[in-house]
Design a protein around this ligand. Structure first.
Ligand SMILES: NC(=O)c1ccc[n+]([C@@H]2O[C@H](COP(=O)([O-])OP(=O)(O)OC[C@H]3O[C@@H](n4cnc5c(N)ncnc54)[C@H](OP(=O)(O)O)[C@@H]3O)[C@@H](O)[C@H]2O)c1
Length: 316
């Protein structure tokens, strides 16, 4: 244990971080140990990680001092922010800045920063194809992560910029699962036209991150995209039909219709899907499937994910 390289994992009880903690713990001879950072080391999820063999420490991305302590002595750190906890791009940037500064202060040798594209590089604010949100963003939860890339670079932190993909778990937890239409047939509703959306099983994000850490410094300074598959709405609907044993159709809607759905963040997600649709090739290209599978040989396909998770998908 003493000579293992410690990976400090922000969001260790969440989707991305827990996948990384579990991947480290599943490979006892891999040379790494997992330090799980949580706001509450006594929570059930934190205690479960401790039972599995993780070191559990307190830390909060809104408290830079706590992060410095949590990163102390670590070789690596996995840094992720929690946009949907507050919907504030400014807060997300401040949290990423706190992590970058703490990693620098602690002398962390390799940070993986879980980021996304700054959509404004493709759709400048003056482009009226989609509304500008919160004053200076097109896709707030993407753009603020893109802004934060520069902070890790400016701090001189040895960083891999990990471009994540749409979690298929959104069909379980984010209200995006199949719903019955007026004729009683199930359907998934997305404003993706006939374009492909890179998707991934959320725990494969952490497993791919582990693959990056295992490669030593090879990915430092690099942007690494990951996805389990690139699928159209129709292909995802076909996957659901097969897994659920009943027809599931793809309801294609316009992005402006999606933005008007009224749930919190509908405008941000409507813009996100429009960005994913209109720049599908540019968005899919860096999320290479073979490269993702090299990092994580157990990478799941959508069909595999569905076979493991279909009973968890809430159906009306
Ligand atoms: N949903 C998608 O399809 C998707 C795709 C790509 C990227 N993303 C991005 O993924 C990010 C969220 O990551 P996730 O899905 O892994 O999160 P998550 O599953 O919601 O997990 C959040 C975990 O982070 C911890 N946390 C929350 N606030 C914290 C704070 N202030 N300080 C320290 N820890 C805190 C919580 O742990 P404790 O309660 O134990 O502290 C919680 O278990 C978002 O920024 C989102 O934009 C999402």
């Amino acid at each position: 244990m003493a000579d293992k390289k410690i990976i400090a994992v922000v969001g260790a009880t969440g989707a991305q971080g827990s996948g990384l903690v579990r991947a480290i713990l599943a490979d006892p001879s891999g040379g790494f140990s997992a330090r799980a950072i949580t706001r509450d080391p006594n929570s059930e999820k934190a205690r479960e990680l401790a039972r599995l063999g993780a070191e559990v420490v307190a830390g909060d991305v809104d408290d830079e001092g706590s992060l410095k302590k949590a990163f102390a002595g670590a070789y690596g750190a996995y840094c992720v922010t929690f946009f949907w906890a507050h919907f504030s791009p400014q807060k997300e940037l401040a949290e990423a800045t706190a992590m970058a500064r703490a990693a620098k202060a602690a002398g962390v040798k390799h940070v993986i920063w879980s980021t996304l594209e700054d959509s404004r590089k493709w759709i400048p604010l003056e482009d009226n194809r989609m509304p500008t949100l919160q004053g200076k963003y097109k896709v707030p939860h993407f753009d603020s992560k893109g802004d934060a890339d520069q902070v890790f670079t400016a701090q001189g932190v040895p960083t891999t910029f990990l471009l994540t993909s749409f979690y298929w778990e959104n069909f379980i937890y984010f209200g995006m699962g199949p719903k019955k239409g007026p004729d009683g047939t199930l359907g998934i509703t997305l404003p993706m036209g006939d374009k492909k959306l890179p998707g991934i099983a959320s725990d494969d994000i952490g497993a791919c991150a582990y693959g990056i850490f295992k490669n030593g410094g090879a990915f430092i300074g690099k942007r690494v995209g990951i996805a389990g598959e690139h699928l159209t709405g129709a292909q995802m609907a076909a996957g659901f039909s097969k897994a659920l044993g009943q027809p599931v159709r793809y309801n294609e809607v316009a992005p402006e219709v999606y933005r008007s759905f009224g749930f919190p963040g509908a405008d941000d997600l409507g813009n996100m899907f429009q960005f994913n649709r209109d720049f599908s090739d540019a968005f899919c290209a860096p999320r290479n499937l073979d490269a993702s599978r090299k990092l994580n040989p157990a990478l799941k396909s959508f069909d595999t994910w569905l076979s493991e998770n279909k009973s968890r998908i809430p159906l009306e």
